[in-house]
Design a protein around this ligand. Structure first.
Ligand code: HEM
Length: 387
């Protein structure tokens, strides 16, 4: 059995479940401190932490918004947001570094998801801040507790705002499913938890897909030329980035309802937490051979489990692929001389074992006139300069 087979097997085993409230003795017995940084990921009550009938009920409430037809209908919005971002980037003087993470990869998915959920403009900065914080796993317990409080406060404020002024958006749709007498009605906790999941999952993941693909193309010699010469497609770039640079590496947690025998030497005892490495199968040498770690857009087999497997398979996979499939060619077409402004080894990773990506991607969009050296100092959009 390969590691990939094992991940698939665990993800489809009915004895490996997601509802910590019912199936994790340590949580039920109060042994998991409330300020544990991953607490919100296991205590939320949405499809992501439900099994069986509950999972199907909670997932069904939003699947209608993610059909292939509805996702294709988002194309013009994605193209419009992308074009606006590129116009803003074009105003940066040649030779001046800009942070493509902050100025391009981040704003596209976050704006789209805020539009989909009708987040009012004045609330967006706070909604982004609190949803980004869930995935930051290197925090103190005090910060984690404050983040969790702020997260729920922001989502309750969003629900209150949309109850006052409903719109044609997914938050209003979910509120309607809460304020109803039907059997499939959402509880208030499920409503808030579903918003946390959808807004969180819809943003930071796709941010990293775009950011990781940009860095891979800029740092792996010859790959961009293969696309420009039509020897590979932008879809190949997106799939290869998902395979080798998975935007979600691990996603806590699953739990065993009884002892699960993995192999002759390994048994997962009932009630144990299980952390699946969604990113591992893409780099499994048993599947991808000795070059499994290399970014190669022409490789025949780009199979991966970056979007999961089984009942909890990512609801937004097609949307993420569409966003990256628009954002990447648009960026490289607009700025054909795009280059990193720092050596690849100086890029700092995100402080998270969940979503590996870069904190910043400093790049020069166009060389300075006459090849003048890049001005030292400010990077447009980094933590120290306004965007
Ligand atoms: C490159 C981008 C993305 C990656 C790598 C990714 C990855 C994943 C993975 C691995 C899972 C499975 C979780 C599990 O089995 O425990 C998942 C579930 C999910 N994803 Fe994504 N995701 C991405 C983008 C999105 C987007 C754009 C949305 C929505 C707007 C979204 C919504 C969800 C939801 C709602 C679930 C939970 C499904 C369920 O529990 O039934 N994701 N995602």
């Amino acid at each position: 059995m390969t590691d990939t087979d094992l991940v698939r097997r665990l993800l489809s085993d009915p004895r490996v479940v997601k509802n910590a409230r019912e199936h994790w003795p340590a949580l039920r017995n109060g042994e998991v401190p409330a300020d544990w940084p991953l607490h919100p990921l296991v205590s939320v009550q949405n499809m992501f932490t439900s099994d069986g009938q509950d999972h199907r009920r909670l997932r069904r409430l939003v699947t209608g918004a993610f059909t292939p037809r509805r996702i294709e209908a988002m194309r013009p919005s994605i193209e419009r947001i992308t074009a606006d971002l590129l116009d803003r980037l074009a105003a940066v003087p040649p030779g001046r570094p800009v942070d493509l993470h902050a100025q391009y990869a981040y704003p596209l998915p976050t704006q789209l998801v805020c539009d989909l959920f009708g987040v009012p403009e004045p609330m967006r900065a706070e909604v982004r801040r609190v949803t980004d914080a869930i995935l930051t796993t290197q925090v103190t317990q005090e910060q984690a507790a404050a983040n969790a409080t702020d997260l729920y406060a922001a989502m309750h404020a969003l629900v209150a705002a949309k109850r006052d002024a409903p719109g044609d958006d997914m938050t209003s749709g979910l509120i309607a499913a809460t304020d109803t007498d039907s059997d499939s009605r959402l509880t208030e906790d499920e409503l808030v938890s579903t918003l946390i999941l959808m807004i969180g999952a819809g943003a930071e993941t796709t941010v990293n897909l775009i950011g990781n693909a940009v860095v891979a193309l800029l740092t792996t010699p010859g790959q961009l030329d293969l696309v420009r010469d039509s020897r590979a497609t932008w879809d190949d770039v997106v799939e290869e980035a998902l395979r080798v640079l998975p935007p979600v590496m691990h996603l806590p947690l699953r739990f065993t309802t009884e002892d699960v025998v993995v192999d002759a030497n390994t048994v997962i005892r009932a009630g144990e937490p299980v952390l699946i490495a969604f990113g591992a199968p893409g780099r499994d040498p048993a599947v991808h051979g000795p070059t499994a770690d290399a970014f190669d857009v022409t490789r025949e087999d780009k199979s991966h489990l970056a979007f999961g497997h089984g009942a909890h398979f990512c609801l937004g996979a097609a949307l993420a692929r569409l966003e990256a499939g628009i954002a990447l060619p648009a960026l490289f077409d607009r700025f054909p001389d795009l280059a990193l402004a720092v050596p690849a080894g100086e890029l700092r990773p995100q402080p998270s074992f969940i979503n590996p990506g870069h904190q910043a991607v400093p790049a020069v969009l166009r060389p300075a006139a006459g090849g003048a050296p890049v001005a030292a100092g400010a990077v447009v959009g980094d933590r120290n300069t306004p965007g």
